[in-house]
Design a protein around this ligand. Structure first.
Ligand SMILES: Cc1cc2nc3c(=O)[nH]c(=O)nc-3n(C[C@H](O)[C@H](O)[C@H](O)COP(=O)(O)OP(=O)(O)OC[C@H]3O[C@@H](n4cnc5c(N)ncnc54)[C@H](O)[C@@H]3O)c2cc1C
Ligand code: SF4
Length: 331
């Protein structure tokens, strides 16, 4: 590992200045992703600016019934927070479905959103990877890609985004707040991750040097019946093969509000807008839920070895919506 400077920031402005003054500087949250990438040579920062002591820790309420989640809140504290569990249960379920207890104790909300893909070629310096080295090619397309994307990918990159938390947040229309030396800003999670296109190395809409300060969960989603389910190759301690975050509001037998986001299938949390539209305002019969699940995958374009994800995702959406709607699934 290359030598680097370590600096612990006590104030937000100190952290922003430290990163602005050193082009090779990077923020350090829990270090559970960036340090691994430093060990294999994918990341080579000259300076790590530790943000864990900044006053950005904790969860608080907003006037509209939503929540503000500080960027340095650990994944464990977020999952265990009583108001998160009560008002946004899918967020707690998603976080608990990720990593291990020890990792969740270290990992922060800001770091979780910015963790890098788990595509094996990305961490293998001997193989071409457009995300790591733009223009070098993509080893996965002709290589091992059974766990890669089926939606929204391009000929330049077929990697998936690994975060469980981001999928639950995407379904609930969360907003990412950040700070720069020019002032604060915010971006909805739906626009936070950039489409792959021909620049898979450009991953988010964050301005250079921006520090994530919080994630806001809007009150409109509070109290919806919500659920996160993850299918993975092992029962625990594994990234998603496919995951589904869904929320449902049914009144008088009719769907008033529905949110569906998929994980493990695209370079970002995949919000299934047309599928939601198919269900909204209708009675959630088993046939309607199946049609909705099929619609969510209608644009899928699988690679030779990952077509199984399309079926898996469709079935998982149908099952999760069925659980939320309390609908009998036998047709
Ligand atoms: C074995 C293993 C299994 C895992 N399994 C899962 C899983 O199943 N599901 C899942 O979702 N995750 C999983 N993870 C990933 C884990 O959740 C992430 O490593 C973790 O969330 C990253 O958070 P961190 O605070 O440690 O980030 P760091 O490693 O500290 O940082 C990650 C990135 O975020 C940047 N950063 C950190 N904080 C900020 C901020 N406030 N503002 C701007 N930039 C910032 C850093 O510069 C870096 O680029 C696993 C990790 C490991 C090692
Ligand atoms: S899928 Fe993306 S991350 Fe993986 S090798 Fe190809 S370009 Fe790199």
């Amino acid at each position: 590992m290359r030598e680097f400077a370590y600096q612990r920031a006590a104030q937000i402005r100190d952290a922003l200045t430290a990163v602005a003054d050193d082009a090779g500087a990077r923020y350090l949250g829990g270090g559970t992703n960036i340090v691994d990438l430093m060990k294999c040579g994918v990341e080579e920062p000259t300076r790590l600016v530790d943000v864990r002591r900044l006053p950005l820790d904790g969860v608080s309420g907003t006037p509209d019934g939503g929540l503000v989640i500080g960027a340095t809140t650990t994944n464990s504290d977020l999952a265990a927070h009583p108001e998160v569990r009560r008002r946004f249960p899918s967020v707690s379920q998603a976080v608990l479905a990720g990593a291990s207890g020890q990792l969740r104790n270290m990992a922060t909300v800001g770091g979780n959103l910015l963790q890098r893909t788990r595509c094996g070629y990305f961490a293998d310096l001997s193989r071409p990877c457009n995300k790591r080295t733009p223009g070098s090619g993509c080893a996965a397309i002709e290589g091992v890609h059974h766990n890669h994307a089926v939606l929204g990918h391009s000929e330049h990159c077929v990697a998936t985004h690994p975060s469980d938390m981001a999928v639950a947040l995407a379904a609930l229309d969360a907003v990412v707040c950040y700070e720069t030396l020019d002032g604060p800003g915010e971006v909805p999670l739906s626009r936070f991750y950039l489409p792959v296109g021909d620049r898979p190395d450009r991953e988010t809409a964050l301005p250079a040097g921006a520090l994530i300060t919080a994630v806001v969960l809007p009150g409109a989603a509070a109290g919806l019946r919500s659920r996160y389910r993850k299918v993975r190759e092992r029962a625990s301690y594994a990234f998603a093969t496919v995951s589904v975050a869904a929320a449902l509001d049914i009144r008088d037998g009719v769907v008033r509000d529905v949110r569906i986001a998929l994980g493990g299938v695209a370079s970002r949390p995949w919000r299934a807008g047309s599928a939601e539209a198919l269900l909204r305002g209708t009675r959630p019969t088993a046939d309607r839920l199946l049609a909705c699940a099929e619609e969510a995958l209608s644009e899928a374009n699988p690679l030779p070895d990952n077509g199984y994800k399309v079926i898996l995702a469709r079935n998982l959406i149908e099952a999760v919506l069925g659980e939320l709607a309390g609908t009998e699934m036998d047709r």
